[in-house]
Ligand binder design. Structure first.
Ligand code: AMP
Length: 285
């Protein structure tokens, strides 16, 4: 596995691969790898000649007071895991390398960013689109792999890539979970012992919500139930719990084919997000 830190070197490698007719599968991450990231790499490995993974904790997508400084980092461990997962090139630039000047050109997501995490983390998805635009240009992927765990991010990226003619395909990868249902996340290591015991209740609430939504078709009932269950997790404070149409992220309506039930919950050491998708009765998704 080759390590690359410089943008110019990564761009040159991507140009060379393109000239050789080799397809690049790209897996953008913020590192501190877990099985979710490795599932993305596994999919990329199956479908492409070359797998490029980036590890970059992107300052542009963290707001003031968020956990940019304390975000877990361990490049050595990540490199070993990435290599084992079949990654060919690990691209890990510094923030100064990625952002040598403070560009005053902004890339703004649309309406899909006004809800869920976008509502509680203003500017977050601007930062995501900013870094991905750069990473896509630098790595020239044929396919890029994203987890359903960050469902809003995925929906916004799909729209962005389609609307702005990025010549690549976005691949969706299902959420990888711990045995007790907790979605794998780099931030899980920051939960206290008690919080870690309580955290699987998030997915349990969402799963119950999905069942009741399928049975009743009544989003208000489900929302009340999910919020109530999340509210009873002792160490957690609910940031949001919502039901929307997916991937438009508009309000659910009788024509909606797919719904997302999504929640964000704050523990003392970490804010966790999770979601489930529900195919609506009688509709094909
Ligand atoms: P991150 O390093 O958190 O920015 O995540 C990098 C990529 O891994 C994103 O596309 C995430 O959606 C994906 N990802 C993170 N956690 C999981 C998970 N538990 N299952 C599947 N994909 C995930």
């Amino acid at each position: 596995m080759r390590h690359i830190e410089k943008v110019a070197d990564m761009a040159a490698a991507a140009r060379r691969l393109a000239s050789e007719g080799k397809s690049v599968g790209f897996v953008p991450t913020m590192g501190y790898l877990h099985d979710g990231h490795l599932a993305l790499a596994g999919e990329a490995r199956k479908e492409n000649d070359v797998v490029v993974m980036s590890i970059f904790v992107n300052p542009a997508q963290f707001g003031p007071g968020e956990d940019f400084d304390s975000y877990p980092r361990d490049l050595e461990r990540d490199a070993a895991l990435a290599e084992k997962a079949g990654v060919d090139i690990l691209f890990h630039p510094s923030p100064e390398e990625m952002y040598p000047e403070d560009s005053d050109i902004r890339i703004l997501p649309g309406r899909q960013a006004d809800v869920l995490c976008g509502a509680s983390r203003p500017g977050h998805f601007d930062g995501v689109l900013k870094v991905l635009t750069k990473l896509f240009h630098i790595t020239r992927p044929e396919r890029a792999y994203f987890g359903q765990k960050d469902a809003q991010q995925l929906a916004i990226i799909e729209t962005f890539v389609r609307n702005y003619n990025f010549q690549l395909e976005i691949r969706r990868v299902p959420t990888v979970r711990e045995e007790d249902g907790l979605a794998k996340s780099s931030r899980n290591v920051r939960l206290s012992h008690e919080e870690r015991q309580e955290a699987p209740a998030i997915y349990a609430a969402l799963k119950d919500g999905a069942r009741v939504l399928r049975e009743s078709g009544d989003p208000e009932l489900v929302l009340g139930m999910v919020r109530n269950t999340l509210g009873r997790i002792p160490a957690a404070e609910t940031d949001y719990a919502e039901i929307l149409e997916y991937p438009s992220l508009r309000p659910l309506n009788p024509e909606s084919r797919e719904a997302i039930i999504a929640a964000a919950v704050r523990f003392s050491g970490a804010r966790l997000i999770d979601n489930v998708l529900v195919t609506m009765e009688g509709k094909t998704s």
